[in-house]
Design a protein around this ligand. Structure first.
Ligand code: SAM
Length: 289
């Protein structure tokens, strides 16, 4: 069987099985390509027009890839948990079930520099609140060579995964971690706070596809309107921001709940591939009217 046929057949199997996407891919073709290429130890960015796609695979190779596709279907685990690798803005991160699969849109605004106009040139201290596997703090450290990052999370398990990623990216001298409920262990003030908190409302939590239920509920559930964590954060965060500091906050599809909870708060909505209402930027001034 040719590699291209195997990927096509795998995509059909994933579609038929109605697996859910959203952990690095959005469709069966991309998910099949990812899993098959990974199973065969081929580069994930192999071009589909590349000759590699026309090669005939051995029966052992076909069996290896088919076994991974079968595992994806029967376990409903996100592909990233099966491969223990997730990609965000072209950067690879270790991941396992102890932490949510990284997919934050804040990674896009860091990569595109869309928050740069709001950052003070002397920005040095950055807080990655709810750090999970550490990906946002690490991307910030890679984007801004002069910063140091503190990553906080309530989950010891997630912090263990974050530590693996800090070491993988050689950032142990610039990013540290602490177990913290919200801002409790956020010492001092920060020039930039990144936060992708748990924000899924109770109704949406009860309707999540099986793939999302493989992730720690602590990483997703935000209470009845999704705003439990955000509400306490916005009450306290101003004291942890320098006067020129900004908070970059992801709220996903929960903008109506966010605006209902904070009707008077002035925020700047940042453009992302998912639209202009998923990530916002809040200045220190807006938090201390
Ligand atoms: C949506 S995940 C984001 C993880 C990571 N920043 C990312 O973008 O992939 C939310 C994270 O918040 C953490 N968390 C939940 N409640 C928390 C709390 N009260 N204080 C600190 N972290 C909390 C969870 O353990 C989880 O790692």
């Amino acid at each position: 069987m040719k590699l291209s046929s195997l990927i096509q057949q795998s995509a059909e199997q994933l579609s038929l099985a109605q697996v859910a996407f959203g952990h690095g891919t959005t469709n069966a073709a991309d998910e099949a390509a990812w899993l098959v290429l990974w199973a065969l130890s081929l580069a994930l960015d192999t071009d589909v027009s590349d000759d590699a796609f026309n090669v005939h695979l051995t029966s052992a190779q076909v069996a290896t890839a088919q076994s991974l596709i079968a595992q994806r279907i029967s376990s409903r685990k996100p592909a990233a948990y099966l491969t223990q690798e997730a990609w965000l803005q072209g950067v690879s991160f270790y991941i396992d079930e102890r932490a949510i699969v990284p997919r934050s849109l804040i990674a896009e605004v860091l990569a595109e520099g869309s928050i740069d106009p709001w950052l003070d040139p002397s920005t040095t201290r950055v807080l990655d609140l709810c750090t999970g596997n550490g990906s946002l703090g690490i991307l910030a450290a890679l984007a801004y060579p002069n910063i140091t990052v503190l990553g906080l999370d309530l989950s010891k398990d997630a912090l263990a995964v974050a530590q693996i990623n800090i070491e993988r990216h050689g950032l142990a001298g610039r990013m540290t971690l602490a177990e913290s409920d919200g801002l409790a262990k956020a010492d001092g003030v920060f020039d930039l706070i990144l936060c992708n908190p748990p924000y899924v409302n109770a109704k949406n939590m009860s309707e999540l596809p099986a793939e999302f239920k493989c992730e720690p509920a602590l990483a997703l559930a935000g209470g009845s309107d999704g705003m439990d964590f955000v509400r306490s954060l916005l009450q306290d965060v101003a004291t942890q921001l320098s006067p020129q500091g900004v908070l970059v906050l992801e709220i996903g599809n929960e903008r109506p709940y966010f605006e209902a909870a904070f009707p008077l708060l002035e925020v700047v909505w940042l453009e992302t591939s998912a639209g202009e209402d998923q990530v916002c930027l809040i200045t220190h001034a807006a938090l201390t009217p």
